[in-house]
Design a protein around this ligand. Structure first.
Ligand SMILES: CCCCCCCCCCCCCCCCCCCCCC(=O)SCCNC(=O)CCNC(=O)[C@H](O)C(C)(C)COP(=O)(O)OP(=O)(O)OC[C@H]1O[C@@H](n2cnc3c(N)ncnc32)[C@H](O)[C@@H]1OP(=O)(O)O
Ligand SMILES: NC(=O)C1=CN([C@@H]2O[C@H](COP(=O)(O)OP(=O)(O)OC[C@H]3O[C@@H](n4cnc5c(N)ncnc54)[C@H](OP(=O)(O)O)[C@@H]3O)[C@@H](O)[C@H]2O)C=CC1
Length: 515
């Protein structure tokens, strides 16, 4: 019997960010392994015209929850969606709901965050710092609370090369930042943002670091732990391989490569691609929840959930495997044939962006205009290149994360828990994982049918022929222009033609002799 699964039985669990990528997998695993848990409270806001109930309904009826429905048929009754907007004071939670949360909650998993790299400092602080502070305040008023698990990121200290499982101080106190954002106007905030974030690449990593400091400062006598996952990818094993439902991290770029939009990237092939499957992160999170509540460590422990030091894979190998998978399982209606050129040189990057990305987009838009349609490819390409530029920081560096606490926790688990809540990334076979990831992107993100693979292959063949035709035409035009202008080119041309003629005559004469 799994001790961790038994621990969550009968518990009231509060999850923020339950509608997000990680939150959904966390809920799924909790219901599947501890169907006798009492209730999961989720803090949700209405979004895209959907009410809370519609959002929950959509999640519970998705493919991800198919197994849950078999194990826990009354899952609808065990999930309680509470209206909350983490941008508001007190999250806008009603008095009755707040009362229930305060008096019943046993465990909190705080996953909600803004993960955008281009968010304004004001919004990123509100969500990743102030909301964390408010949630801690709420938690401190919960008499039955056993553990508070905060999800941070392994990149909160990406300005360091070697990162230990400790909370590093930021130069400016989070409280001072929160206070000053209240009276500074947006223009001034934009101006001081680069100075505040210093050698971090964006407001996301900076505010996640501030969030950790807040956790440390406001922990009081609560049992708190911080989890720092690296780049979270599709599921490895559970509930099935390859599940993914958003474009963050590598998923968006995998699609862009598979559709032939992205053919070159500024990336260091030997840099470590520190990906971690989302189910591995969730297993560690649940194990940490159990350990923190039962063993009550004296201080706030930080757990790194990374792969690089135990089972490294690099971007070169990953890119190669992504392309190899597209050979077997191509995406439908590709713009160009998938191809990957990794370069570390700025000049080559600019050249490749102009020739491999912008020029084909302009030509395609010209074709759309000619056929009376609205041009759109240049816009899509500019957006993609902007996204890629924001990822460059992470694909041209390697980090070392120590994993003492994570390894200690693994050794504390029973063999059964090590199996049910497996977070041992040494067992991960990268080639298999990446293949399933690409397949998952095709099936669950793009919702493409496997029956369309032969047609997709045909389409790629047509694109290859168009590519050859286009290159030959381009070569002939360039050559024609050259021989019209240069005597030297004309001489070379006559030499080649006469050489071919002589060769053919000799070939014809020798074949007549044989007969
Ligand atoms: C040569 C070919 C290669 C081939 C081989 C390929 C092999 C694989 C190599 C892979 C290398 C992987 C490197 C990963 C490094 C990750 C490091 C993470 C480290 C930290 C991890 C964390 O701790 S935390 C999670 C990370 N946090 C994000 O990862 C959010 C990022 N994201 C944003 O910060 C916003 O998204 C941003 C971008 C501002 C746009 O902002 P924006 O306003 O322009 O765009 P929106 O987001 O509103 O989206 C507007 C339209 O872009 C679409 N789209 C959105 N994202 C997209 C995306 N990634 N790729 C494509 N398309 C995307 C979307 O679907 C919309 O499409 P549509 O308009 O048609 O609906
Ligand atoms: N994905 C990754 O690669 C990594 C993620 N992490 C961390 O893991 C955690 C989860 O990330 P992930 O699941 O990928 O992120 P998602 O962007 O998929 O999910 C974010 C969640 O936060 C919720 N949220 C955002 N703003 C608000 C708000 N104002 N009020 C209420 N809820 C809000 C979202 O709700 P809604 O659906 O309404 O928008 C969503 O449920 C984050 O803390 C992130 O920093 C760490 C390392 C890597």
């Amino acid at each position: 019997m799994s001790m961790i699964a038994a621990f969550y039985g009968g518990k009231s669990i509060l999850i923020t960010g339950a509608t997000g990528f990680m939150g959904k997998v966390l809920m799924e695993k909790l219901f599947r392994t501890s169907p006798d848990l009492k209730v999961i409270y989720i803090l949700v806001r209405p979004k895209a015209g959907q009410t809370l109930q519609q959002r929950v309904f959509q999640i519970l009826n998705s493919k991800l929850f198919e197994k849950v429905k078999e194990v826990c048929p009354n899952v609808h009754e065990k999930i309680r969606a509470i209206y909350a907007d983490l941008n508001q004071n007190d999250f806008g939670i009603s008095k009755e709901d707040m009362q229930e949360l305060l008096s019943c909650t046993n465990i909190i998993f705080h996953c909600a965050a803004t993960v955008r790299f281009d968010d304004t400092l004001r919004h990123a602080v509100q969500l990743n710092v102030t909301a964390t502070q408010q949630l801690l305040l709420m938690a401190s008023q919960m008499p039955k609370l056993e553990a508070f698990i905060h999800i941070s990121t392994a990149f909160s200290n990406c300005n360091l090369k070697h990162i230990d499982e400790v909370i590093y101080p930021c130069p400016v106190e989070p409280k001072k930042i929160i206070d000053s954002l209240e009276w500074l106007d947006d223009a001034i905030i934009d101006e001081i943002t680069p100075k505040l974030i210093g050698d971090r690449p964006n407001t996301y990593t900076y505010t996640k670091a501030l969030g950790e400091m807040v956790v440390q400062q406001e922990s009081g006598n609560m049992n708190i732990a911080i989890i720092r996952p690296s780049i979270v990818g599709a599921t490895w094993q559970e509930p099935f391989p390859g599940w993914v439902d958003n474009l963050n991290g590598p998923s968006g770029l995998i699609i862009a490569a598979g559709k032939g939009f992205l053919r070159a990237i500024k990336a260091t092939p030997m840099a470590v691609a520190d990906l971690i499957p989302v189910d591995t992160v969730v297993n560690l999170t649940l194990a940490v929840g159990w350990y923190t509540a039962v063993h009550r460590p004296k201080s706030t422990l930080v757990y790194h959930c990374t792969s690089g030091n135990l089972n490294p894979c690099n971007w070169g190998k990953m890119g190669f495997q992504v392309l190899a998978t597209f050979e077997k399982i191509p995406l439908e209606r590709a713009f160009r044939r998938p191809y990957a050129d990794f370069t570390t040189n700025n000049f080559t990057t600019q050249y490749r962006n102009a020739v491999s990305h912008r020029a084909p987009a302009i030509i395609y838009d010209f074709y759309l205009r000619l056929t009376g349609r609205k041009p759109r490819m240049t816009k899509v390409m500019n957006r993609l290149l902007r996204t890629v530029s924001m990822m460059e920081y992470f694909i041209n560096r390697s980090w070392e994360w120590s994993t003492y606490n994570t390894e200690m926790l693994m050794s504390e688990l029973s063999p059964e828990d090590q199996r049910v809540f497996n977070f041992d990334v040494r067992q991960l076979n990268w080639l298999e994982y990446i293949e399933n990831y690409v397949l998952g992107v095709k099936k669950y993100l793009l919702k493409e049918d496997m029956a369309g693979i032969p047609e997709a292959k045909q389409h790629l063949k047509r694109l290859r022929n168009i590519h050859y035709l286009f290159n030959t035409a381009l070569f002939l035009i360039a050559w024609r222009l050259l021989i019209a202008r240069s005597q030297m080119a004309r001489n070379v041309w006559f030499f080649i033609v006469s050489f071919c003629y002589k060769f053919l005559s000799y070939f014809r004469a020798s074949s007549t002799l044989k007969v």
